[in-house]
Design a protein around this ligand. Structure first.
Ligand SMILES: NC(=O)c1ccc[n+]([C@@H]2O[C@H](COP(=O)([O-])OP(=O)(O)OC[C@H]3O[C@@H](n4cnc5c(N)ncnc54)[C@H](OP(=O)(O)O)[C@@H]3O)[C@@H](O)[C@H]2O)c1
Length: 334
C-alpha cells in the first residue's frame, strides 16, 4: 500500500484519515503543534483522530512530536493538504522532491501563476475538493478540456453560505436577518464579511479558469462584495449592528429581478474574456434560478453542450464529501 501523510488535521483531515485507512499506509498526520508519525495500528490512528477532535494537540499525544513534519516524510509519499494555509512555495518543494499532492486547500492554487504551474504541471497535484467539495467539478472541467471541447462559459453558485443568504432574501427575509441566521448556524466565518466579500468564491473561479488554461491572477477577477465599501473597516460588532441599513437596497434589487421574472443569485462567471463574481439576476427557470438554499451548482456551456449546459448540482460543503474528493484524488495519483 502507498504511504500517505495528512497535513492539516481538522474536520476534513480527520475525515480523510477515516476514509483512507483501508487504502493507504498512514505515514504521519500533522497539525500546527507538530505531528504523529507511524507505524500505528488503524485503531490507534482512529484514537489519535478522536483525541484531536476533543481538542488535544498532536504534539501532546504520547506518539506526538513538535517540529517540521516534512523531515519525517517518507520518499514517494502521497500528501493530502487539508490546511487553509497560503503554502504554495512549500508544496512546490514537495512536488520537486517527488511527492504527489491532493489538495482540499484552495490557497496554494491561487498564488503566483508560476507556482500554480509548478504545482500542477507534471500532474502530480490534484485538487477536486477545492471547488464544490465532493461535487465532480474539477474533473468535469478537465474532461471537457482534455476531450477537445471548447468551454465558452462556466457559471456557478459556489458558496453555500451566500446561496442560503440569497434564498432567504428571495423568500422575503431581510438581508440583516439572513446574515444573522447564517452566522448563528455557524455557516459564516466569525467575521461574516469573509464570506460576503466574495474572495472565497473568486478563488474557486480562479482555480477553474486556471484549469482551463487561462493565465489569470486573483487580481484579474472583478468581485462585487455583498456589503458596501464603507462597511469594510468596521469592527465585527459594528458591522453586525449596522446590517439593517442594507436591508432596503437588497430587497429592492430582489424586487426588480422579480418584476422581470428573475431572481438574484451570487454568481461566478468565467468566459474567455474574463471572470466576474457578483450578484446577478437570473431567469427563475434557469439552472441557477432553480437552485435553492446552500446547494452549489456549476453549469458549463461549451461547443458540445451548446443548447443546454452541462450541470452539476448538490451540497458543496461538508467534511465527509470533501474527504471523499480528496480520497478520489489520492487513489488517482497512485
Ligand atoms: N469543511 C468543508 O466543508 C470544506 C469543503 C471544501 C474545502 N475545504 C477546505 O479544506 C481545508 C480544511 O478545512 P477544515 O474544515 O478541515 O478546516 P479546520 O478544521 O480549520 O482544519 C485545518 C487544519 O489545518 C491545520 N493547519 C493549519 N496550518 C497548519 C500548518 N502550518 N501546519 C500544519 N497544520 C496546519 C490546523 O491545525 P490546528 O488544528 O493545530 O489548528 C487544522 O488541523 C480548508 O482549506 C478548507 O477551505 C473545506
Amino acid at each position: 500500500m502507498h504511504n500517505l501523510a495528512i497535513y492539516g488535521f481538522g474536520g476534513v483531515g480527520r475525515a480523510v484519515l477515516a476514509q483512507a485507512l483501508p487504502h493507504f499506509t498512514l505515514a504521519l498526520v500533522a497539525d500546527r503543534s507538530g505531528y504523529v508519525v507511524g507505524p500505528l495500528s488503524n485503531e490507534r490512528w482512529l484514537a489519535v483522530a478522536a483525541a484531536k477532535a476533543q481538542g488535544t494537540t498532536l504534539a501532546s499525544l504520547p506518539e506526538g512530536t513538535s517540529g517540521d513534519w516534512r523531515a519525517a516524510l517518507p520518499a514517494g509519499c502521497l500528501v493530502a493538504d487539508t490546511t487553509a494555509e497560503a503554502n504554495a512555495a512549500q508544496l512546490v518543494e514537495l512536488v520537486a522532491q517527488g511527492q504527489r499532492l491532493a489538495l482540499a486547500n484552495k490557497k496554494p492554487l491561487c498564488d503566483d501563476l508560476n507556482l500554480f504551474q509548478a504545482l500542477v504541471g507534471e500532474r502530480r497535484t490534484r485538487y477536486e475538493a477545492t471547488v464544490g467539495a465532493g461535487l465532480p467539478i474539477v474533473v468535469t472541467t478537465n474532461l471537457l478540456r482534455d476531450s477537445g471541447d471548447q468551454v465558452q462559459r462556466i457559471e456557478g453558485c459556489l458558496s453555500g453560505t451566500l446561496g442560503f443568504l440569497l434564498s432567504s432574501i428571495e423568500q422575503g427575509k431581510p438581508y440583516s436577518s439572513a446574515v444573522r441566521e447564517a452566522k448563528a448556524l455557524g455557516w459564516t466565518e466569525p467575521d461574516p464579511r469573509d464570506d460576503l466579500g466574495g474572495v472565497d468564491v473568486a478563488r474557486k473561479a480562479l482555480i477553474l479558469a486556471r484549469t482551463l488554461g487561462y493565465q489569470w491572477n486573483l487580481s484579474d477577477i472583478a468581485i462585487e462584495p455583498l456589503y458596501p465599501a464603507e462597511f469594510a473597516d468596521l469592527s465585527i460588532a459594528e458591522f453586525m449592528a449596522q446590517l439593517e441599513q442594507l436591508d432596503a437596497g437588497y430587497a429592492q434589487r430582489q424586487a426588480e429581478a422579480v418584476a422581470q421574472g428573475q431572481t438574484l443569485r451570487y454568481v461566478a462567471s468565467i468566459t474567455p474574456d474574463g471572470a466576474r463574481i457578483g450578484l446577478q439576476a437570473v431567469a427563475n427557470d434557469s439552472p441557477l434560478g432553480s437552485l435553492k438554499g446552500p446547494d452549489n451548482l456549476v453549469a458549463w456551456t461549451t461547443k458540445r453542450y451548446q443548447e443546454r449546459p452541462l450541470v452539476v448540482r448538490g451540497p458543496g460543503a461538508g467534511v465527509e464529501v470533501t474527504a471523499s474528493a480528496v480520497l478520489f484524488d489520492l487513489l488517482a495519483l497512485c
